[in-house]
Ligand binder design. Structure first.
Ligand SMILES: CC(C)(COP(=O)(O)OP(=O)(O)OC[C@H]1O[C@@H](n2cnc3c(N)ncnc32)[C@H](O)[C@@H]1OP(=O)(O)O)[C@@H](O)C(=O)NCCC(=O)NCCS
Length: 216
């Protein structure tokens, strides 16, 4: 499903600074919901953008590992040849006890496609979709100067802690609904649906039927 990415004026509800998308030099990468066919290229893009070891060591990853992204909030951008050139996902978390929120990230754009407004378009799409789906707030860990343009603010996370080391100057929040993070206090914890893993009996059955290849 392709998503509209042009209605940035509506992002006022998300308190974001109006976003201007520069003209793309080439065909505009299309932003769609991610599909299983995107997964391998998404992993490669993230490795390129962050380095595999570094990205998997991040504290934010502790809130994502073993979980599915929030429904309707995992996006991919494809270049003209169909390759994944941008990725952005949001995840269910609790921002302290009994306070649902989303965690945004990782956001990555392929180096060849940077500085053309694709990151902004993906962010605006994610904020609009999260608002439309009724979510109240988004948290993230990232470069404050980049995310400030969308309305993300360090002041909204003052009472929150992440489950590991983090730089408080990079821990930011955005209210999609006014007051959604009022008084938020406590540990941010993962609440997304777990990724299904096969049971032991399913694995054993696959092995006997030759469905599992042994690795060295
Ligand atoms: C950050 C990233 C997603 C931006 O994507 P992009 O498509 O190049 O971004 P846009 O074209 O929408 O925006 C470019 C603008 O953001 C600014 N910008 C880019 N990265 C920035 C950063 N880390 N901090 C502050 N500003 C940044 C650029 O200077 C440019 O500013 P301008 O609009 O005033 O000219 C991309 O550079 C990337 O994938 N980087 C590696 C992974 C990463 O750092 N992810 C985000 C983690 S915080």
């Amino acid at each position: 499903m392709e998503l509209a990415v042009t209605d940035f004026a509506a992002s006022a509800r998300a308190q974001a600074t109006p976003v201007t998308v520069k003209d793309f030099a080439g065909p505009t990468p299309a932003i769609t919901l991610e599909t299983p066919a995107d997964l391998a290229q998404r992993e490669a893009l993230l490795d390129l953008a962050f380095g595999r070891a570094a990205r998997l060591a991040k504290t934010s990853e502790r809130l994502r590992e073993g979980r599915k992204p929030a429904d309707g909030l995992a996006f991919a951008a494809h270049g003209a040849d169909g390759r994944v050139v941008g990725t952005l996902r949001l995840w269910h978390v609790a921002a302290g006890p009994a306070r649902p929120a989303l965690l945004l990230g990782p956001l990555a754009v392929h180096p060849w496609f940077r500085d053309r407004g694709l990151g902004k378009a993906m962010m605006a799409t994610a904020i609009l979709e999260a608002t439309r789906l009724g979510h109240g707030a988004i948290l993230l860990v990232g470069d404050a100067p980049y995310y400030a343009r969308f309305g993300f603010d360090v002041a909204l996370t003052e009472g929150l802690w992440l489950p590991g080391a983090f730089d408080r100057r990079r821990f930011l929040g955005l209210e999609l609904r006014s007051g959604a993070l009022d008084g938020a206090r406590g540990l941010v914890s993962p609440t997304g649906a777990p990724v299904e893993v096969p049971s032991l009996s399913e694995l054993m059955a696959l092995e006997t039927t030759g469905g599992l290849k042994r690795s060295a």
